[in-house]
Ligand binder design. Structure first.
Ligand code: SF4
Length: 345
């Protein structure tokens, strides 16, 4: 590769989110609120070798950051082997994973040893009874055990993601900050988004960045923004500092979208490439991969697709006056690629 590949808004191809399975062992209301789901066919799921090859082609076009997602990525059998395969690629200089933590305690050490550099654990509540009601799981203790195991395994810059929903956990902001501080982690509050499976989304349940900062300011005093430098300028979270130096982040995807700097795209477990979390359609990379296309053909497809990218889904949603959930359930059933658990949140 010679020059940096850029889309129509001059955004580089920088960060790839790789979903390794569409299955999940939680049923969070903001992602998978239904009783039944249509899953991707098993034969369509990319093998480790196919994923490794795709990563290599993407890396040849400029991708430097790879994040493994799901569904829940730790449900994919033998994930450390895939981590090892990707970590060997010298062009990938940041390999991370987002997990719900349920299976992390058993796998943290092997993942670290295989070359995984960073872990983000979803932790929406510190109250087990809330997790039971909200995510249909009584395994809150396993998540906490996973966080402890990740630290023991040497994951130093541990992040905790909390989707903030009014009436569910908006009274836990300070508790989550305290928990993160005690566990040498950084919490990132995420505004509740109207994407994919969030069929019960409504505007009044969104707690805005502004409101979060007001609440935390009342508790802690003056909160300063932490100015992003270098790569962090493209990170979705804005970071803040409490008077005692504790930092936290807010991902204001609903009220202050950051599409203008977005260098992220997503590959689903069946090899469909989405240029935006809100994109209606993806590009089928599995077909050329399995037909025997060579690297040059795949690279051309990726280059030409990225050069034509115009997506800025969250910004466009800002302009909708009577904004509701993006999809209705029948539309999600018709195409599971529209689900957030399929395209990796
Ligand atoms: S909505 Fe799309 S373009 Fe905007 S930040 Fe999210 S993924 Fe990027």
């Amino acid at each position: 590769m010679t020059d940096t590949l850029r889309d129509t808004l001059a955004r580089p191809l920088g960060s790839l989110r790789l979903s390794v399975t569409d299955r999940c062992n939680l049923r969070c209301r903001y992602c998978m609120p239904e009783d039944e789901y249509v899953w991707l066919p098993r034969t369509a799921i990319l093998t480790f070798e196919e994923i490794e090859r795709l990563v290599a082609v993407f890396a040849g076009q400029g991708v430097r950051k790879v994040r493994l997602t799901g569904g829940e990525p730790l449900l994919r059998h033998d994930l450390p082997t895939l981590v090892d395969m990707i970590a060997r690629n010298p062009r990938v200089d940041d390999l991370a994973m987002t997990t719900n933590g349920l299976l992390l305690a058993k796998q943290a050490a092997a993942l670290r040893q295989a070359g995984l550099e960073r872990v983000t654990v979803s932790l929406d509540t510190l109250r087990p009874e809330r997790m039971l009601a909200f995510a249909k799981s009584a395994r809150h203790g396993d998540v906490l055990a996973g966080i402890a195991a990740a630290r023991r395994a040497g994951f130093t810059s541990l992040k905790l993601n909390s989707v903030v929903i009014r009436g569910f956990n908006n009274d836990e902001l300070a508790d989550l900050i305290e928990f993160a501080r005690a566990h040498d982690a950084e919490v990132r509050f995420i505004e509740y988004m109207d994407v994919g499976g969030a069929t019960r989304w409504s505007r009044d349940q969104v707690v805005s960045q502004r409101e979060m900062l007001e609440v935390l300011g009342q508790r802690y005093g003056v909160i300063e923004p932490v100015h992003a430098i270098g790569d962090d300028e493209r990170a979705p979270a804005e970071r803040f500092r409490l008077p005692d130096g504790t930092t936290f982040g807010i991902i204001a995807s609903v009220t202050a979208p950051f599409c203008r700097t977005c260098d992220r795209s997503r590959v689903t477990a069946d090899g469909t490439w989405f240029l935006c979390l809100y994109a209606g359609r993806g590009v089928d990379l599995r077909e050329p991969l399995r037909r025997g296309a060579d690297d040059a053909e795949l690279a051309t497809l990726i280059r030409e697709t990225w050069q034509g990218r115009t997506d800025r889904g969250a910004e466009e949603r800002l302009g909708i006056a009577d904004r509701g959930a993006l999809y209705r359930i029948d539309s999600l059933r018709a195409d599971p690629h529209r689900e957030m658990h399929t395209r990796g949140g």
